[in-house]
Design a protein around this ligand. Structure first.
Ligand code: ASP
Ligand code: MG
Length: 832
């Protein structure tokens, strides 16, 4: 049928439906009237359906319940409901019609009062009476809107849908008799050409003319029934969001409206909680192939979502993510189920008898258990129903007591593009796994229109965000950093994070926010991200005492996506928490060597956790500051090489000291100068005792696949014991001075042989040592300057000539730079 044909016959080509929030207040109704006026001006061939004013249906139900207790205490609530409609009438209806309109309104309101009196009298609220009670919502709203619009559109008419939509007597959710209904609709529009009916949504009537309703949210359905009967070009659902969104925007701020999607996709999305459209609405539209357009009455300029025969055209593999916030999982299990026919029938029969709606079902192919999700309000009745159905089997111990798991959420990814596209489940579970979200049950229908997972309720929002980020190329990727330690390295890192923010945002679409920050004294958190320019003042003001345990609990409790723990301390108690953090699948980036240089058992345990969970533990800055030492060893080992020997200068501090300890220089003065330049630890003995170097060597040995312990490394002290035992740093310098001459002699001897002194760490054949050695010009360690580190790796691949890495090996700049590189790497990993 061509457009002009049906315009000639019924003169309607658009149905516009306005939902409760769109007509929530007089101001809202005014803008709805503007939308109707504009549509009417474009073409007068329209019809309008409205819901009750926002919240009114719920209040009517509540009124009925209170009244059915037989007391008078519904009066206050009733007065409020009446008042609310009167205010709208007074505000919207022009003076000259107001008196007359209020009279009619009063008639309807007194009818409402009578119904409630009746309920109160007989102390019973039957489904039939409830339907009648609810019908007042739409009847009142449609009436007031017609009166308000009449001055602008004289053809507007109040139309009570009970005169058109005929249903059976299933009160509360009546089924439509389409034959009768369509006849009535066509007749009305035939009899009254050129009118603009404002139709009550949601309600209908039985053959006996009893009032019925089409189920909660049923005004959409009314619009679709009318639109389909008139074969309109489009059914417009005006609501309070910009169309069907890729996810609930309250959960995922990056959610956007889907421009176009198929009926099937829309249906699938709405079954799983995207409350934009009432699922049955789609059926009449689909049968007649009439597109639905979802629009926002609060922002009419937004193009909204078209629902039709074409599936979503987006680049991404899915169309949207839908959720049900609170479900309960019930599991029927036991040997008595395996291979027995009719179990499912009995199970579902028992639930159906009690009118329990099943949200999803999963059965493993071992048939050992059947799990199903229901809404929490049904959980107890469902358990009872199942257990009474299987009482005999339970007595015989072949079926277990029904297991209940509460506080769960359902997250479903939906889209027709998924059909036949491999890798979607992989992507979904990869993203969830990377973020430590445990999946409790999985369901994919064979239509492949959705993959549904059940997760813990506390993971629900995070799951939506993680999945949204994985499937939609949303413009922003967030990394949420929790940083402990704001000493030289930590504070340099913060400075870098601030100065790099723009570049990371522009070039890598990466936004790194610092959510938690702590020094040894205090800690502070800001889920929106701490202002990096002011971190020092913010942390200074923080009153919460630092406690590593609490810090980590808070981090886990916030449960943000893409969380990263960064440890810029050198504390043992921080590194003691790594295992728990990695277990929670939160990656760690750190220059802190404590964890890797403690007992081998501990090192190995962390390795195991990371391998098992696929969570990253990045400590490239443990050795050689920014130099790619650890990564090179890792790559060699991974490619099948065997490391035979490592020789290295691994302390920037000691490197500097011996590089500058030349002709005529005094060693103790060199140390003092190095300390002043900030090249040493606050207590220079922490560098000079060789421990730091030994730790690094131990880590390199372990990375090279040698399970060494600290005891396996021999440290030859470069200074006598009394220097190390000195009571203070000042005292240390006094003792050191007395040793200057001895060192000068040693240096001169070495120089005579054409050599220089170098503090060298070495491991070979499972043995490690750290000692001061003399090397000649032929040695690769001869030519060093400043704080250079150098490492020579001899391996099966590099047997003749060792692989050498050399460069500046100390300083906050390069170390923090490496930490930042590792953080960015995590960010890019998360994105891919
Ligand atoms: N007023 C009814 C309800 O709240 C119908 C609707 O709004 O679509 O369920
Ligand atoms: Mg040092």
């Amino acid at each position: 049928m061509s457009m002009s044909d049906h315009q000639n016959r019924f003169a309607v080509d658009r149905v516009l439906k306005f939902g409760g929030t769109s007509v929530g207040t007089p101001v809202r109704i005014k803008s709805v009237i503007e939308i109707i006026k504009k549509a009417y001006a474009d073409s007068p061939h329209i019809a309008v359906t409205v819901s009750a004013f926002g919240g009114i249906t719920d209040r009517l139900i509540a009124l009925g319940k209170i009244a059915s207790r037989g007391k008078d205490d519904y009066q206050n609530e009733l007065a409020e409901v009446i008042e609310c409609h009167k205010i709208s009438a007074n505000t919207l209806i022009p003076q000259e019609r107001l008196l007359e309109a209020l009279k009619t309104l009063d008639q309807t309101l007194s009818e409402l009062r009578k119904v409630l009196e009746g309920v109160s009298l007989i102390k019973e609220l039957s489904p039939k009476t409830l339907d009648l009670l609810m019908s007042f919502g739409e009847r009142l709203s449609a009436f007031i809107i017609v009166e308000a619009i009449l001055p602008d559109i004289s053809q507007a008419r109040f139309l009570d849908a009970r005169d058109l939509i005929k249903t059976d007597r299933t009160f509360g959710k009546a089924r439509v008799d389409f034959k009768e209904t369509n006849k009535n609709i066509l007749k009305y529009f035939y009899d009254f050409p050129g009118v603009l009916p404002i139709i009550t949504g949601f309600i209908g009537s039985s053959k006996e003319n009893e009032t019925t309703t089409l189920g909660r949210g049923g005004s959409d359905y009314t619009a679709a029934i009318i639109g389909a009967a008139l074969n309109v070009n489009v059914i417009e659902i005006w609501t309070d969001v910009n169309g069907v969104m890729t996810a609930d925007p309250r959960k995922e701020p990056c959610a956007f409206s889907i421009p176009e999607m198929s009926y099937k996709e829309a249906m699938e999305m709405s079954y799983f909680g995207a409350k934009v459209i009432h699922p049955p609405t789609i059926v009449p539209a689909l049968e007649k192939n009439i597109p639905l357009l979802i629009k926002n009455s609060f922002s009419p300029e937004v193009s909204g979502t078209w629902i039709g025969t074409v599936s979503s055209k987006s680049e991404s593999l899915i169309c949207g993510i839908s959720t049900i916030d609170d479900v309960v999982l019930l599991c029927l299990q036991g040997t008595g189920i395996v291979g027995v026919c009719g179990m499912a029938k009995r199970l579902f029969g028992a639930l159906a008898e009690k009118g329990i709606n099943i949200i999803l079902i999963s059965q493993g192919s071992s048939e050992h258990s059947i799990c199903l999700a229901v809404s929490p309000s049904f959980a107890d009745i469902a358990k009872e129903a199942i257990e009474s159905e299987f009482a005999l089997e339970m007595q015989a111990n072949i079926i277990d007591e029904v297991a209940i798991e509460q506080n769960l959420s359902v997250v479903a990814v939906v889209g027709e593009n998924m059909r036949g596209a491999p890798g979607i489940a992989g992507k979904l579970f990869g993203a969830l796994g990377k973020n430590g979200i445990n999946v409790i049950a999985i369901i994919q229908g064979s239509s492949e229109l959705n993959i549904t997972v059940v997760v813990k309720k506390e993971d629900g929002v995070k799951a939506v965000r993680v999945v949204h980020e994985a499937f939609f190329l949303s413009p922003r990727k967030n990394l949420n950093v929790f940083l402990v330690g704001v000493g030289l390295i930590g504070s340099t890192l913060l400075k870098k994070l601030e100065s790099h923010a723009q570049i990371l945002h522009d070039e890598y679409s990466l936004d790194i926010r610092v959510i938690g920050l702590a020094n040894s004294r205090a800690m502070t958190f800001d889920p929106q991200g701490i202002k990096l320019k002011e971190w020092s003042a913010i942390l200074g003001r923080a009153s919460e005492k630092m406690d590593v345990k609490v810090f980590i609990e808070r981090m886990m409790h916030l449960n943000l996506i893409n969380t990263v723990f960064v440890d810029c301390t050198s504390d043992q108690d921080v590194s003691d928490a790594y295992e728990a953090i990695l277990q929670a699948r939160i990656p760690i980036v750190t220059p802190n060597k404590k964890a890797n240089s403690g007992r081998y058992e501990n090192y190995e345990k962390l390795k195991r956790v990371t391998t098992k969970n696929g969570t990253k533990f990045l400590y490239g800055s443990n050795v050689g500051a920014g130099l790619p030492i650890i990564s090179t060893i890792n790559e060699l080992v991974r490619s099948g090489d065997k490391i035979l020997k490592v020789e290295a200068i691994l302390s920037g501090t000691l490197s500097y000291l011996f590089n500058s300890f030349t002709e005529g220089k005094v060693f103790s003065e060199e140390v003092r100068e190095a300390q002043m330049k900030g090249y040493t630890e606050p207590d220079p003995r922490d560098d000079l005792n060789g421990m730091d170097v030994a730790r690094k060597l131990l880590i390199l040995a372990r990375e090279s696949d040698y399970p060494l312990e600290m005891d396996d490394i021999v440290i030859q002290r470069i200074l006598p014991e009394n220097c190390f035992n000195a009571s203070s740093v000042d005292d240390f310098y006094v003792k050191l001075k007395s040793h200057d001459e001895q060192l000068a002699v040693k240096r001169r001897e070495v120089q005579k042989e054409g050599k220089v002194l170098r503090f060298i760490a070495k491991f070979e054949k499972g043995q490690g040592d750290v000692s001061l050695q003399a090397v000649g010009p032929e040695h690769p360690f001869y030519n060093l300057s400043g704080t250079d580190n150098i490492i020579a790796i001899t391996s099966e691949f590099y047997r003749e000539n060792p692989l050498i890495i050399k460069g500046q090996g100390a300083g906050a700049e390069v170390t923090a730079g490496k930490v930042l590189t590792d953080i960015i790497r995590l960010g890019l990993d998360h994105i891919s």
